[in-house]
Design a binder for this molecule. Structure first.
Ligand SMILES: NC(=O)C1=CN([C@@H]2O[C@H](COP(=O)(O)OP(=O)(O)OC[C@H]3O[C@@H](n4cnc5c(N)ncnc54)[C@H](OP(=O)(O)O)[C@@H]3O)[C@@H](O)[C@H]2O)[C@@H](O)CC1
Ligand SMILES: [K+]
Length: 490
């Protein structure tokens, strides 16, 4: 598992390492050397400019400068503030620097081939203004390759948000573990290629820190991915019910159903309003079809306890139709994936949803995009950073919250969260979300724990996008799953 450490957790990792006997300057030396190694992928003769800030991020810059100078690079180093004002390890690192220290404003960014951005890292705590902002504008205007130390300056390590202005880097070199700010947008776009360097912090410090955020990679959920037994039966792999909207909007529910079946549900049944039965009948093959007369009809279907998960929301229709149906689903014992119109149904009264969620024991996964999220959690929508938004929404609602985007974040009420970085831009296409809802549904049907099921579905959905690439449409995504699984289990 790849943990993501926010600035406070990373500071704790440093503190524990130093308390266990490794001096801070030793960590800083290793950090600066790692930066120098990435910079040195550019050949000798490269003109380097190093922009150092007033804290330890700047200290890493001084170390990198010393090492690169010793290797024969031509370089200039500029400092925001004065050497005399540096403290602690940064002061020690600056004392070893034998070159000239220019005022930051005197650095010739335009004449550099490579810029090392060591202005601010984990300690950035307010918007950047003044001379530092001017330096960042000059860095971004230059044609030089940019290597950021720890984080591109201006990106908040915990949220990925830009504080004022931010460096656009080609490479970022971070230490010990990636940070949420490297994965969350727009931080990921600013970070460029990420190198995670070992600077001598032992992974055992994580036992004390207990990080709650991870990169969404298979290691996170693969141990929970159900594997059909040789002597198993389709009834062992769950039975999902997908609730369809009316005659003119049945496609979304079919995308959900097909994805649920493809990913592994034993059986999938489409619950269809009477007027849509003929449309579904003309399309469905391996998916079963049942007639559903309104909310009462849905309750009747769900009296069959073998139906262990309900997917409801995609193409469900306006609130007068959708709200009673969702309430009928919430009153059942089945796990629920609540998406799209099913979420928007509660826009006038989100507390009504939260009250219903509190009464349930089976899990609910909410899968909003930003607009739907703002309908349920208007006060959380403006929080900086998707991670906090998803986490607080999960805590408030008691549901697993999957907040969609290029950096889809899944959070559970107890605080665990996973951020994905594998979705290609082609995945933002009509019906893509319906397929994702179906993938979660299928994994829940198979009995996968809800947080892991949501995280796995996000990754598999993203990888289906990678496999298909440009030209994909949502109809293809579920059918790409066999190839996705083949790649996963090579
Ligand atoms: N700890 C360790 O052992 C190791 C840490 N390492 C490195 O240390 C980095 C963290 O160092 P850090 O904590 O000193 O913070 P850093 O990012 O340099 O910035 C703080 C300085 O900036 C200032 N400042 C903040 N915002 C500002 C703004 N908007 N505009 C202007 N000023 C602003 C703030 O000033 P103040 O708030 O006091 O005015 C303070 O002086 C980390 O990213 C990694 O690179 C590695 O060497 C490995 C070992
Ligand atoms: K930086």
């Amino acid at each position: 598992m790849i943990e993501l450490l926010d600035p406070a957790e990373m500071a704790e990792a440093d503190r524990l390492t130093i308390a266990a006997g490794t001096p801070g300057i030793v960590l800083m030396e290793a950090a600066g050397r790692a930066v120098a190694d990435v910079a040195a992928r550019s050949p000798l003769g490269t003109r380097i400019a190093i922009a150092c800030g007033p804290g330890n991020n700047g200290g890493d810059g001084f170390v990198a400068g010393r090492i690169l100078m010793a290797r024969g690079y031509r370089l200039q180093l500029g400092l925001l503030g004065s050497i005399a004002a540096l403290k602690g390890d940064a002061a020690l690192a600056a004392a070893e620097w034998r070159g000239e220290t220019l005022p930051l404003a005197d650095l010739d960014f335009g004449g550099a081939d490579l810029i090392i951005d060591a202005l601010f890292g984990a300690g950035l705590d307010r918007p950047i203004e003044g001379p530092a902002a001017a330096a960042i504008a000059a860095i971004n205007a230059s044609k030089a390759r940019v290597v950021a130390v720890d984080l591109p300056s201006g990106i908040h390590g915990g949220t990925g948000q830009v504080l004022g202005v931010a460096v656009r880097a080609d490479d970022s070199v971070t230490f010990f573990r990636p940070k949420p700010g490297h994965v969350l947008m727009p931080g990921r776009a600013h970070a460029g290629r990420l190198t995670v360097a070992d600077i001598g912090i032992r992974p055992q410090v994580l036992d004390a820190i207990q990080p709650r955020t991870a990169l969404n990679r298979p290691e996170l959920w693969l141990p929970h991915l159900p594997t059909p037994k040789v002597d198993g039966h389709k009834y062992d792999r769950g039975h999902a019910l997908v609730v369809s909207g009316g005659m003119t909007q049945t496609g979304a529910a079919r995308l959900v159903a097909r994805a649920a079946l493809r990913i592994g549900a034993g059986l999938v049944t489409m619950a269809s309003p009477p007027d849509a039965l003929a449309v579904h009948a003309a399309h469905l093959t391996s998916i079963m079809l049942k007639r559903m007369e309104g909310a009462a009809g849905l309750s009747e279907l769900l009296a069959d306890k073998r139906l262990n998960v309900v997917a409801i929301g995609p193409g469900l229709g306006p609130v007068d139709v959708s709200l009673p149906l969702v309430e009928a689903a919430l009153a059942s014992d089945a796990s629920i994936v609540l998406d799209a119109d099913g979420i928007s149904a509660f826009r006038e009264d989100p507390d009504r949803l939260f009250a219903a969620l509190r009464k349930r024991s089976a899990p609910v996964v909410l899968t909003p995009h930003d607009g739907e999220f703002a309908r349920l959690f208007p006060d959380l929508a403006s929080l900086p950073g998707k991670l906090d938004r998803a986490r607080q929404a999960a805590a408030r609602s008691g549901a697993i919250v999957l907040l969609k985007g290029a950096d889809t974040t899944v959070a559970e009420p107890a605080g665990r969260a996973a951020i994905a970085d594998n979705a290609p831009p082609f995945l933002a296409t009509a019906g893509s979300g319906d397929t994702l809802a179906g993938m979660i549904t299928g994994l829940l049907a198979e009995g996968m724990p809800a947080f892991e099921a949501a995280a796995a579905a996000v990754w598999l959905h993203g990888d289906a996008g990678v496999v298909l690439g440009r030209g994909l449409i949502a109809d293809d995504l579920a059918d790409a799953l066999p190839r996705v699984f083949a790649r996963l289990f090579v």
